[in-house]
Ligand binder design. Structure first.
Ligand code: SAM
Length: 268
């Protein structure tokens, strides 16, 4: 398997090699990695921790750091979320089918799940193409712990990295595909994250985004306005596309169902 290389979060241009065994989740890996400059990062239970200092989180982001949220997130909420948000039966299998169809992972291709939570998307891509290399990042350790358990149970090996999507620990032109499910609405600096996605994506790569758009009904608007104090943002489809364009992307495919928007982006 190709060994992914990280970019040191502290020393620009310095490389950190990742041992391939870190992604083998059935074998516990504890240790450290460092760049030639000596900045060192721990790996505990296969999770690579690149965040040394605590960040400021919005309320919505903070809840993702609680073990209780992480433990119920996928099984209680995520598998039902699209049916509730689209207003029609939308089983998780249908979402995964669309993801795998649009991303179409290839053997030895390298893919990034941004704000992965329990790494539902990375697991689905790994199942679709077992020879692909999946990297999943989130700044919540609780979510990454849960992602590890689920990926180990599914036998979908991957690299799990605690990192901030605003400053991605990757070199430019690294990924064949990037996926981001529901995370855009929760980001604090959404444009910065989109610019980072553009930087680390190969020119031939694609970017799958599922996000929530502004509701049309008055009660939907009231609900979304009340969620905004917790740090969750909603845009119209036009505003979202303007943002994608500003970050250097072109919309290749897109459709909405209820307030859920699926977009396939490519570098413009
Ligand atoms: C709505 S959840 C994502 C769900 C997941 N992608 C899925 O499809 O089930 C948003 C996740 O993004 C993470 N997150 C938010 N801002 C982030 C940032 N700047 N860097 C890394 N992770 C971030 C949160 O910790 C949370 O786990």
């Amino acid at each position: 398997m190709k060994k992914p290389v990280l970019r040191s979060p502290l020393f620009d241009g310095e490389k950190i090699s990742l041992p391939a065994e870190v992604s083998e989740l059935s074998k516990t890996f504890n240790g450290t990695i460092c760049s030639p400059k000596g900045d060192e990062y721990t790996i505990k239970n296969n999770i690579i921790d690149l965040i040394s200092e605590e960040k400021h989180y919005t309320l919505a982001q903070s809840t993702n750091h609680w073990n209780v949220t992480a433990s119920v997130y996928e099984d209680l909420w995520r598998v039902r979320s699209l049916s509730l948000l689209t207003g029609e039966p939308f089983p998780i299998e249908k979402e995964k089918e669309l993801l795998n169809k649009w991303v179409h992972p290839k053997p030895n291709g390298v893919y990034l799940d941004v704000g992965c939570s329990t790494a539902l998307y990375a697991r689905s891509l790994k199942k679709a193409e077992p020879e692909s290399i999946q990297i999943a990042i989130d700044f919540s350790l609780a979510m990454l712990d849960e992602a590890r358990l689920k990926a180990e149970a599914d036998q979908t090996d991957m690299f799990l990295i605690r990192a901030d999507a605003r400053e991605m620990p990757f070199f430019g032109n690294t990924f064949d595909g990037i996926v981001m499910g529901g995370t855009l609405n929760e980001l604090s600096d959404e444009l910065k994250v989109l610019y980072e996605c553009h930087r680390v994506l190969k020119k031939t790569g694609m970017f799958f985004v599922m996000h929530l758009i502004q509701a049309g009904s008055w009660y939907g608007k009231v609900l979304q306005n009340s969620a905004s104090w917790s740090g969750i943002q909603f845009w119209s489809v036009e505003e979202s596309n303007e943002m994608f364009q500003r970050a250097g992307f072109r919309v290749e495919e897109q459709f909405t169902k209820g307030i859920v928007c699926f977009t396939k982006l490519v570098p413009a």
